[in-house]
Each structure stands twice: as structure tokens, then as C-alpha cells.
Design a protein around this ligand. Sequence first.
Ligand SMILES: Cc1cc2nc3c(=O)[nH]c(=O)nc-3n(C[C@H](O)[C@H](O)[C@H](O)COP(=O)(O)OP(=O)(O)OC[C@H]3O[C@@H](n4cnc5c(N)ncnc54)[C@H](O)[C@@H]3O)c2cc1C
Length: 305
Amino acid sequence: MPERWDVVVIGAGPAGLTAAEVAGSHGLRCLCIDRLAPGGELINLGRLHDYPDGPPETTGTDLAATLSDAAIAAGVELGFGEVSELQRGEDWRVVTGDETHRARAVIVATGLAPGSLGVADEERFEGLGLSHCASCDGPLYRGDSVVVAGAGRWAIQDAIDLAGLAGRVALICPDEAGLPSGERAAKLAELPNVTVTAGRIVGLEGADGLEAVIVERGAREKRPARAVFVQSNRRAALGFAADVLAMDALGRARVDGDLCTSDPRAYAAGDVRAGAPEQIASAIADGQRAGLAVARLLKGKEGAE
Ligand SMILES: Cc1cc2nc3c(=O)[nH]c(=O)nc-3n(C[C@H](O)[C@H](O)[C@H](O)COP(=O)(O)OP(=O)(O)OC[C@H]3O[C@@H](n4cnc5c(N)ncnc54)[C@H](O)[C@@H]3O)c2cc1C
């Protein structure tokens, strides 16, 4: 018989680690499980932007360590495994490759899956010029021409950060998203080695590594590039829960004000839930709300104060 937990948190990014810490500190037996090392997107981040807490030089890995330590100190067990299925029953069954965990309640905090261009040969260029992490792989392309695909604020931030390393940076924004605006876009406009274009990447070219991207904007044009950093088409990582949780048009979990999903014993926190602002501070705040809501559900109001 699989072990029975009070709560299993799926995903150990800032939202999941915080939710687990709050659940653990309320005396709940909590497993927080991730397919990778704890920290989520934080592991890929150097200096943090728009994050109000801590000294300005705090990095993503510093914060990941702080949040993991706090969860462990609250009695949370950190587990390793990719959840492939979430089964509803008297207890939830959280299925990974070789194990099944039972839980009275679950908190889904699996964030967004890496982006994709949706072009042929995309996989062939993984690690050979196609990257999802500018702060990890950017230094490999010092002085080169690189492309950032996407239009969200973290794509723009990637372009700004890469401008200090690469020779030329082209930010290619999907037509439907339009060109960026706001404070970050103004900063981008001041950088002499950055261009911003609305268009769609429709092909990748190169023999042993990326040499060019093909951009469609009215006509097709070939742009030399040694790397493309993909931030477009990021979807919620929720395939394992497709049959049990209601989702919005973008595939994110629908939640109420307490972050409760369409099932009263399942909560969603962080980037995976509908309407998330895609920001660390919001993911942590979500984790606190979801952890507290689960404590109230399982221990009653007094036990959760
Ligand atoms: C390039 C970039 C730069 C950014 N910079 C900043 C910044 O400077 N400041 C800021 O405030 N925000 C920034 N963000 C946004 C911020 O990183 C996210 O909003 C935040 O990490 C969301 O936290 P989360 O816990 O919801 O999800 P995540 O951090 O994505 O964590 C989700 C976790 O779930 C795990 N997981 C997924 N699927 C499964 C599965 N099936 N089974 C088990 N585990 C699974 C993943 O491995 C991951 O560890 C940036 C984002 C990007 C992409």
C-alpha cells in the first residue's frame, strides 16, 4: 500500500516550496515532489528583478536554497520524481515513474513548461544553439549574433541581459503579441546592439550548430544567429492533471480566491494557475495562501491559525 501523506505538493519551485513549508509548519505530513532539484525556475536565474525581499545581490540559487531549507526545517520531505498522473479517489494518487503516493489533499505548483518555436528540427538544435536559459547559456555566445523569441517581460529582460554579452541581439516577437511597451521596452530601445521585430520564426538552419533563423514577416528572411533563446509559447505544465482539473483557455488551472481548483481537495499555486502574474513574489504569496488553505481544510480553522 502506498504511503499516505496529508498533502503532496507537486513542483518544488518558489510556489511549491512555500506551500509545503506552510503546510509542514501547521503539523501536516507533507511531501513536496519535483522532477528536478528543488528551486524551479530560480535555479536558472542570476540576479533577481522585481523581487522586493533580500539584499539586491540575491540570486535565484540563493533564494532556492533559502526556500528549500525553510521547507525542510518545517518537516517537509523533498522527493524526486516526475508526476505522470493525478488520480482522484477517496485519497488522491500521485503517480510518478515507479511510485504512487497517496494524499488527502494536493497542491499543484508545476509552473510553465519550457517554450517552443513549433518548427521542424527544433529538437536537433537543443544544446546546439537552441536554449531556454539565457543566464546559463548566454556566456557561451559572447560577441555572437543571437535571437530571443518571445514578447513577455522575461523575454525582454533576457534581451537586455544578453546585450551585455552578445555582439547583436534580435528580439523576435510573435505577430499576435505585438511589439513590447513599457519601462523595460524603453530600456531595450536605448541599447545600440538590440533590434526588435514583430514576426514568426519558421525555420532553423545550421550544419553542426545553429547558423541562422528564418523569420516570416510578410516575406521570409534569413537572419544569422548562433543561438536562439526561446521564451515563446510557454504553457502550464499540467498534462498529468488534464482529466481531473478544470483549466482556462491557456491550459492553466482555474482557481477561486483561496486558490482552490475545480476539486475541493486540490489547490494550484504559482505560474500554473489561471491569471498568475509570472513573478517570484506572487508565486511565494500563492504558496502561502495555498498552504494555509490546505491547513484549514485538513485541520479546521483553529488548527490553521
Ligand atoms: C528567463 C526568466 C527570467 C525570470 N526572471 C524573473 C525575475 O528576475 N524576477 C521575478 O520575479 N520573476 C522572474 N521570472 C518568473 C519566475 O521565475 C516565475 O514566476 C516563478 O519561478 C514561478 O514559480 P512557480 O513555483 O510557480 O514555478 P517554477 O519556478 O516554474 O517551478 C515549477 C517546478 O515544478 C516542476 N515540475 C513541472 N512539472 C512537473 C511534474 N510533472 N512532476 C514533478 N515536477 C514538475 C519543475 O521541475 C519546477 O521545479 C523569470 C522567468 C523566466 C523564464
